[in-house]
Every structure is written in C-alpha cells, then in structure tokens.
Design a protein around this ligand. Structure first.
Ligand SMILES: [Zn+2]
Ligand SMILES: [Zn+2]
Length: 244
C-alpha cells in the first residue's frame, strides 16, 4: 500500500500547504483520511481519481479536517458518480454531515444522487470493517468542545497505518500505534508547550514508547516548519508518497 499526503498543512495554510488529507491506496483499498477545506483542490492538483475512492475517514469535525466533504460530494454528483461512498467519523457524524453540507450549499444534504452516501459512526476502540479496511478509533486530546477527537488506526492488506489526528501528547497514542507500519502524527510546534496540539519535545520524550516502524510528522506550524531540518523523522510535504 501507499499513502500520499494530499495535504499536510495546519488550519491556516501555513507554508502554502493544503489542509489535512491523506490518500491510502492498495490493491483493494482506496480511502481518504480526513478531507479538509482545501482538499478538492489538492486532489485535483495531484490528479487523484475521486471516483475510485470508497471511503472518507474523519478524525474530527474541524473545518481543516472535514470542510472539503461538501466539495467532494458535489463534484461526485456532477461528474456522474455511481459508486457508493462511505463517510465514517466520530459520534455526531450525521449531524455534522448535514451541518457542513447545508453551510456550504443550501439543500445539498437532502438531494437524491446517483450514488449512495453511507454515514458510519466510529465508537472508541471498536474495530469496524469498512471498504476493505479494519478501522479503529482512539480518543485523543484536542479541546473541551467540538469533539469527540480521534486518532485512527487503519489495518488493510496486512499493513497498519495510524494517524494521531489533532492532539496533544496522550498515552492513548501508544495503544493506537501498536504494530503500525506507519505512524503519522501531528507535530504543531517544536519545543514550546501547546495546549491541544503536539509539540516535537513531547513526541521525542515519548517516542520510544510508540510501536511504529516509521513516523512521519504533519500539521506543522511555522515554528515547527522552521525546525523541520533539525529532527530525524520525515516531515511531510504535500504530494509526498510513503510506501507502507
Ligand atoms: Zn487540524
Ligand atoms: Zn483540529
């Protein structure tokens, strides 16, 4: 399998990077992890065939992680998609789906389309088989309101990819990273404290506890981007492909 960083930016376009969106593809797997507000532009730029994507996994309901869904859906509608699409995320996904669709395009949550859109609620620590992948959600720490916030572990085709979602360091990440071939973690700042976000210092202090063959950093602020050359881990760039 391969994971391509469609977007590895923070919420604010720092460094000219697109919002969070990863494309995981294998022989039988074709899914997105998060679909931030700018993701349709990023997918188009990389020439990724949206019609072949079966599943969009959502870590949390911030616009830089879910805001691209309305554009994805309307693009699919107008390009004649017939393949069913599943969108899976934390509890509240049905309400949030309607909310983001109606905010972006009035009445768009009610339209009957040529393809079925299935919404799946992911519960903590319950592995759900969806679109050829076994998906497990773990609660992470990203603020008091607007949650739940998840890290996601995706097992498919004999490989495991874990993404931290947006979170400060939490021991749950040790559990979520178990056996991961690739662990993608947000890393917002370098060594200053950051509430609700990961600092590289916190990651480095806990790195030995993670059970991951490879770690790639994403969702970097200007502060962390300035230190990208100082850390041994790979720092993601938009378009980067990692073979899993
Ligand atoms: Zn974010
Ligand atoms: Zn967030």
């Amino acid at each position: 399998m391969r994971l391509q960083f469609v977007g590895c930016g923070d919420a604010f376009g720092t460094g000219g990077r697109f919002n969070t969106c990863f494309h995981l593809v294998g022989e039988r797997t074709n899914l997105l992890i998060d679909c931030g507000a700018s993701s349709l532009v990023a997918l188009e730029r990389l020439g990724i065939a949206r019609a072949a994507i079966d599943l969009i996994l959502i870590t949390h309901f911030h616009a830089d992680h879910i805001g691209g869904v309305p554009f994805f859906i309307l693009d699919a509608q107008f390009s004649g998609r017939t393949r069913p699409l599943t969108i899976a995320g934390p509890p509240g996904i049905e309400t949030w789906y309607e909310r983001v669709m109606e905010t972006a395009f009035e009445h768009s949550s009610k339209v009957t389309r040529k393809f079925e859109t299935r919404l799946v609620t992911l519960s903590e620590r319950q592995t759900v088989p969806i679109a050829g992948a076994d998906v497990t959600a773990f609660p992470v720490v990203h603020g008091k309101s607007g949650g739940p916030f998840y890290a996601l572990r995706v097992a498919a085709e004999g490989k495991v990819v874990t993404y931290s979602g947006d979170t400060e360091w939490t021991d749950t990440l040790v559990e979520a990273s178990a056996g991961a071939d690739l662990f993608v973690t947000e890393c917002y700042v370098h060594d200053r404290p950051a509430k609700n976000h990961m600092s590289y210092a916190a990651l480095a202090a806990n790195k030995a506890r993670l059970d991951a063959r490879r770690i790639v950093l994403t969702h970097m602020s200007r502060d962390m981007l300035a230190h990208a050359g100082d850390v041994p881990e790979t720092c993601a760039e938009d378009g980067l492909v990692v073979e899993v």
